[in-house]
Write a protein that binds this ligand. Structure first.
Ligand SMILES: Cc1cc2nc3c(=O)[nH]c(=O)nc-3n(C[C@H](O)[C@H](O)[C@H](O)COP(=O)(O)OP(=O)(O)OC[C@H]3O[C@@H](n4cnc5c(N)ncnc54)[C@H](O)[C@@H]3O)c2cc1C
Length: 455
């Protein structure tokens, strides 16, 4: 039996603590908040979309970053294993649209309660309001070898294994351990405790960090008319994210979106944002842009623009839509153009569409020319918005970037740079789309890390 310390009592940390204790280790779980799983309480709008029933192929299609790295963890603890775990510990689940799994009670707190029951059963020592400030490390190989030949010395230092010895708490106390699992989360929703501090802890053991960007986050839009539509939700629309000068979209999808006071949000836009951040986030930000979301500065600095093309009527091709418009026009031929569009759009959208069309709203429908009608069809199918950035981490469901997966062994989650140190959850450079996938990444990597600790 060995002493294992888990840093972070979120989804990944709790699962790592359970798996490690189930493997026979003596486990201490350290959480700086006053309670475990603070973020879990707000997941799925308080209902916690705990995982997804997608088969493996579909599952990995929903992983945006570093899916291959996750094979071992997902195969050893998949959604079915998570469902069985929850049911065993008193949280029955139900399946909703798109394979999304929720607790039957619709209460995220029941997921945390099940995890807590499991931790109790495994005698995990839980310490709340306990923050880890640093790692205790032993620079083993360098001490042992230290050859006199400079070339050999360089080689030896490169190979030198650090070994974890424990953690240092912010109250100054030291805690020794044979293994430490870091599960400190990313940088999104810092009010829940995941404030990016985990990256600094990992850096003490030699880890680097891929720059972090907000993902699954609303997008900021330049066009002012967008703000006039604030609060308007559109269902069954199609969006494409397109970089200026390119033909292959960064993202295309179909679903629901929402206009806000800064731009656009809603499920479809959140998914799109992960692909926006992946390309735009990964280009080094300029000084003006800072650490938050991308900003207008990106556009001003001459980088290619990203357009969000919105098709308001994706179920109809151009010809079908033209016919539909013609029919509406025939039925309303004596009305003003602005009063003939009620069958096509919600009331709030009509003045904006009239304005963007360049057709005089007072013009009688019978006076609208064929060319004007054709160009209106094109507008409906290609409403163009300029993306100027994302919102910041405070509004991001996940963090993109983090500890590079090349520095972590995918079959154990052990650090390649420091023996006895393991990493799990959102602090790694992994992220997925909405639908329960991100929590499953936390459960799976946490479980693998916890069950891999060996002595
Ligand atoms: C609003 C919102 C809704 C979401 N909804 C869903 C959803 O329905 N389904 C889904 O799959 N995903 C959802 N997610 C994403 C999901 O919640 C995260 O991906 C997941 O919680 C990450 O788990 P984690 O354990 O890696 O990190 P976290 O849950 O962030 O946990 C990290 C923990 O570490 C603690 N910690 C950090 N540093 C220290 C330290 N130095 N010492 C001690 N403790 C420390 C923190 O306080 C925190 O409790 C949502 C996210 C948000 C923000």
């Amino acid at each position: 039996m060995s002493q294992v310390i888990i840093v972070g009592g979120g989804a990944a940390g709790m699962m790592a603590a359970y798996a490690s204790a189930a493997a026979g280790h003596q486990v201490v779980l350290l959480e700086k908040n006053e309670k475990l799983g603070k973020k879990i309480y707000i997941t799925g709008k308080g209902r916690c979309n705990v995982t997804n029933t997608a088969d493996k192929e579909q599952f990995f299609q929903n992983v945006v970053t570093n899916g291959r790295f996750l094979y071992s963890s997902i195969y050893q603890f998949d959604h079915q294993a998570m469902i069985s775990f929850l049911e065993e510990y008193g949280c029955p689940v139900k399946t909703e649209r798109g394979g999304r799994i929720f607790p039957v009670s619709d209460h995220a707190s029941d997921v945390t309660a099940a995890l807590q029951r499991a931790l109790k059963e495994m005698y995990v020592d839980i310490r709340l309001k306990t923050e880890v400030k640093a790692l205790i490390l032993e620079e083993r190989a360098a001490e042992k070898q230290a050859p006199s030949d400079p070339a050999e010395k360089k080689k030896a230092t490169k190979q030198a294994d650090r070994r974890i010895g424990g953690v240092l708490l912010s109250n100054g106390k030291k805690m020794e351990a044979d293994a430490v699992i870091l599960a400190c989360g990313g940088a999104s929703y810092p009010s829940t405790g995941s404030d990016g501090g985990g990256y600094r802890l990992a850096s003490l053991a030699g880890h680097s960090a891929v720059p972090c960007y907000p993902a699954l986050v609303p997008l900021e839009i330049r066009e002012r008319w967008c703000r006039e539509l604030q609060g308007l939700s559109l269902k069954n629309v199609e969006i494409k994210l397109l970089e200026e000068g390119k033909t292959k979209p960064l993202y295309s999808g179909f679903g629901e979106m929402l206009f806000t006071h800064f731009g656009v949000s809603g499920p479809l836009v959140l998914s799109a944002s992960s692909y926006y951040s992946k390309v735009w986030g990964r280009t080094a930000p300029s000084a003006q842009e800072g650490a938050g979301g991308r900003s207008e500065a990106a556009v001003r600095s001459g980088r290619p623009r990203v357009k969000l093309l919105l098709n308001l009527k994706p179920a109809m091709n151009e010809e079908m839509l033209d016919k539909r418009l013609l029919r509406d026009f025939e039925e309303n031929s004596r009305k003003a153009f602005k009063n003939a569009l009620g069958g096509l759009f919600p009331a709030k959208l009509i003045p904006v569409m009239v304005e963007l069309s360049g057709i005089d709203g007072e013009k009688k429908v019978y006076d609208v020319t064929r060319e004007e009608r054709r160009s209106f069809v094109s507008l409906i199918r290609n409403l163009s918005l300029t993306v100027t950035g994302t919102r910041g981490f405070a509004e991001a469901i996940v963090t993109q970037g983090g500890i590079p997966v090349s520095e972590v062994n995918p079959s154990s989650m052990e650090s390649r740079l420091c023996e006895g140190l393991y990493l799990a959850g959102e602090m790694l450079d992994i992220d997925a789309l909405t639908g329960g996938y991100n929590l499953q990444l936390a459960w799976s990597t946490g479980h693998l890390a916890g069950s891999s600790v060996r002595f």
